[in-house]
Design a protein around this ligand. Structure first.
Ligand SMILES: [Fe+2]
Length: 276
């Protein structure tokens, strides 16, 4: 019997009573529906093997591999995210993953292996709740606009490091800027989401730079309001599964120099579209 308990007003639910390593079709359907409803799901005590982690993710679609990150032996889709004294976590901004791609990921399934004694929570926010809180006039102004998203913009600090441009040259060449609607329609729920993020979005195409900078600045401040967020504290074998089409997330880097190791699988997504 699966129990789904909401953990915050805008998004997020804890799912209990399920073993993700042995999922029957009925349980899979329940989890898929819960993901769309709650936008990010949390599971505890899921001692999955790397193969079980992959098998669970594959039920939601084709998987991605990441040339830039190390992966678990024998499972190239299972990316290792590890930080410690020598390698502090570099990601500090709110973001939706990989919106610089024409088809950003559907979602990610992130599992904790080694967690620090204290700290190291992760925050998520709901881009649908953020959109719905805007005035009808602002909603209709934004609907129909498009924004450019850029790998180069998101990785500008890495590119500025010595040798960074050479190291990332292939990624830059393979990922020219793309345009997405500012207001994205979720392909399953039909809810509208505010699909811009400060990591990868460069500007709103239809506006002047000044207008775009001011409006994006307002929208970033708006989406980051705590009422649209939820917070999750990791334990070993906790899993977070987020819908990358309608959320952003941000790590809380309050545990350095402690060590943390997470393992992530990313599921391919479709091309974002606006109101038709
Ligand atoms: Fe991320």
């Amino acid at each position: 019997m699966i129990r789904v308990t909401r953990i915050a007003e805008a998004l997020g639910a804890e799912v209990e009573g399920v073993d993700l390593g042995e999922l029957n079709d009925a349980a899979f359907e329940e989890i898929a529906a819960a993901l769309v409803q709650h936008e990010v799901l949390f599971f505890r005590d899921q001692d999955l093997s790397p193969e079980e982690h992959r098998r669970f993710a594959q039920r939601f679609g084709p998987l991605q591999t990441h040339g830039a990150y190390p992966h678990v032996d024998g499972v190239p889709e299972l990316t290792i995210l590890e930080s410690d004294r020598e390698n502090p976590s570099k990601i500090e901004k709110w973001h939706t993953d990989m919106t610089f791609r024409r088809r950003p990921p559907l979602g990610s399934i992130l599992r904790a292996r080694i967690v620090p004694e204290t700290g190291g929570d992760t925050l998520w926010m709901s881009l649908s709740a953020a959109f719905e809180a805007l005035s009808p006039a602002m909603q209709s102004f934004l609907t129909g606009l498009s924004a450019e998203h850029s790998f180069e913009h998101g990785f500008r600090e890495s590119l500025a490091e010595p040798g960074g441009r050479e190291r990332l040259a292939d990624m830059v060449a393979a990922n020219p800027p793309v345009r997405h609607p500012v207001v994205r329609v979720h392909p399953v729920s039909g809810r509208r989401c505010l699909f811009v993020n400060s990591l990868f979005t460069t500007h709103i195409v239809e506006l002047t730079r000044g207008e775009s900078d001011a409006l994006l600045g307002y929208l970033y401040a708006h989406v980051e309001r705590e009422e649209f967020s939820c917070r999750f504290s990791w334990r070993a074998n906790s899993i977070a599964f987020w819908d990358n089409r309608c959320t952003q997330h941000r790590p809380v880097n309050d545990y350095w120099p402690a060590r943390r190791r997470l393992e992530r699988i990313t599921i391919d997504g479709d091309e974002p579209y606006g109101v038709r």
